[in-house]
Ligand binder design. Sequence first.
Ligand SMILES: [Fe+2]
Length: 335
Amino acid sequence: MKSLTALLILITVAFNSNAQVYKLPELGYSYQDYAPYIDAKTMEIHHSKHHQAYVNNLNKAIAGTAMETQSLMDLMFYASFRSDVVRNNAGGHFNHTLFWDNLAPVVAQSEISPELSLAITEQFGALDSLKVKLNQAAISRFGSGWAWLMVTPDKKLAISTSANQDNPIMDVSKERGIPILGIDVWEHAYYLSYQNKRADYLTALWSLTNWGSVSAKYAAAIKDSLLIELEKDSWPALKDFHKVMAQTFHPSESGNLQPLRTRSTELLTKSMLLRISIPPKSLDKKELHDALSRLEKACYYINEQVNKNAKDAALTKAIAGAHDIFHEVQGLCHD
Ligand SMILES: [Fe+2]
């Protein structure tokens, strides 16, 4: 019996070997090193209590589910499909990790890169103007949330804000991009020293901002393929078609043609709307439009076959063909 228990433990460990367990990141400095801009007690509570709670709650929420083997990016990117617990705690962990990483005592800070400096000058006029705009955004965020400097899919800089622990990677955000600087405007970030004076906290925070770290994030973000995913995700017609395709094709793989028989007209309509929609600028090319035309024809054929009450085998073949073309479309979006 003892050996069986040991074996079960071994199997459980092996089975979960890819399971994700999130950990609280260590700060690069001690809590008192951020003073006088942020007091040691605030840093300690913020890091060891608030951030630790996001980590603990996230681990608890994903334990024993398929989310255990998914990346933090995936958990956030598809936030609209997640429970509030996963959405809030995945965001809480990511946002705070980014926040700490960009903070350093003055003596430990490194300089802004020429590339980020140029991008800021071109878009905001000067670094000081950017700070003013970010402060305005942070002050105007009602209640708890974040202000962001992010890289958008067209590789520009943009400012946005989000409520609670949301961020621009999440599909629940209107403005999407990769955040490179986040400003925590929850009261737990500043209340002990600054009480209700959020503006004073924001001014102090700039003294702790390590522009060398923000620059490294900028350099990584403009090369990140996540920008393409964010751009595709902002093409509503593609998302709409994908949904109906998934909900009709996948049942057909296991012999259930009923969803396709019921929704073939909807599939055709979505394919037509997709063909006449305007793709995001960087994806707009002839090969893509050709593939969308073939996809529409394939959906037209499927609808015709359904109206003729064709046999399951014929419909299975037809939807598989359309699904192949849709994969081609998705592939062209990745090139
Ligand atoms: Fe916070």
